[in-house]
Design a protein around this ligand. Sequence first.
Ligand code: NAD
Length: 471
Amino acid sequence: MKICCIGAGYVGGPTMAVIALKCPEIEVVVVDIAAPRINAWNSDHLPIYEPGLDDVVKQCRGKNLFFSTDVEKHVAEADIVFVSVNTPTKTQGLGAGKAADLTYWESAARMIADVSKSDKIVVEKSTVPVKTAEAIERILTHNRKGINFNILSNPEFLAEGTAIVDLFNPDRVLIGGRETPEGQKAIKTLKDVYAHWVSDDRILCTNLWSAELSKLAANAFLAQRISSVNAMSALCEATGADVSQVSHSIGTDSRIGPKFLNASVGFGGSCFQKDILNLVYICECNGLPEVANYWKQVIKVNDYQKTRFVNRVVSSMFNTVSGKKIAILGFAFKKDTGDTRETPAIDVCKGLLGDKAKLSIYDPQVTEEQITRDLSMKKFDWDHPAHLQPSSPTTNNKQVSVVWDAYEAIKDAHGICILTEWDEFKKLDYQKVYESMQKPAFVFDGRNVVDANKLREIGFIVYSIGKPLDS
Ligand code: NAD
């Protein structure tokens, strides 16, 4: 059997590497139109940072795992074609600001239809709007020359930072297909691939639309949980309650459960906002404005949390950060990844730059190039898609420096903002940190990673999300 995956990104690369590792008899080829990305997959410096990934790739690359830009050849030869291309939010035209942009998906589907000479199972790995399979089927069947295509939905539930662990031991693998004999046969073929390492009770088979919608629903529920606890964090700060104690208290209720209840500066990543916006758009298109409004609120609370954090920094520092050096510790949207897509750090940094702060940014996995690009990009206003919000107009090169050491970032700073929960930020020598800073020295912990009381003993003024404030 030969598998080809179109799209060598955060999902295509790791998922296919794990399939190759677990199924040595299957040839797996990951293809992409982006030559630099493919070159990186074929080098010692993989294009994405993910714990454990290097090891998996090294074990099977060149044996049964290959990376190539020869998209058409490998698609033509494959029995199963996964499509794992990007599906970002549309930025213009109908549905701009909410709907998924399926340009990449459509062009992949047209190419599959054009180059195929044998029957294929085509698997939706990308997150797509519910009913996308119907459109894809139309493209494929319209172009076919006596070739059978079976479409399956097999959304990916891995989380960046723990992708390899998640892929090795998934909570579930979801496969949706047509309820016809051919559809069921295709489901069985894909199920047999996963059965190499996933137990039968964890492979869920549904109809196509349930599988497509389940991915959007899962991300919406996860993001909603973060916005719920973040909304509580604001109330905690207003009342003297402690969000960690509240989270623990509610998390012991078995109906709620303890996971994903950490308050923070907000969620980020390429998926949560995009997938909720997509859900909102689908609700609106199906005449369900109240349901759409319900999900919209999850994003509004997330935006509010970032604004609240910036306001807290500025108001704590005597109502201005103009000319003050602020160390930004962490820029990735979460620890153990170098991914900065939709990271809350972008909005926080822009907010501080808007008040003329000088930022010294350190993240162990994010490059200066990424940070410069992210901070210069105009923010897309999903609520008013006709408007691009200007990036901070006052930003200039002297306002931002990117450094490769936390202590270097902190030296002479008036305040520290912790925006990613990297373990190393817990282990800094805070006595040494305090001595190197301007006084009074502020710490704004956007991930609740430091021991605020210990830092207060040293002399810091500490703000932790959702915790009683420094007196
Ligand atoms: P990505 O941007 O990292 O990778 C997508 C790749 O597809 C890019 O390298 C791009 O060059 C390539 N591509 C686009 N069109 C192509 C074409 N016609 N032919 C060949 N290659 C093409 O995206 P990603 O983060 O891997 O996400 C892919 C999909 O998976 C998205 O729909 C996303 O929502 C979903 N998803 C992402 C995650 C995550 O954690 N990143 C988790 C689950 C699901």
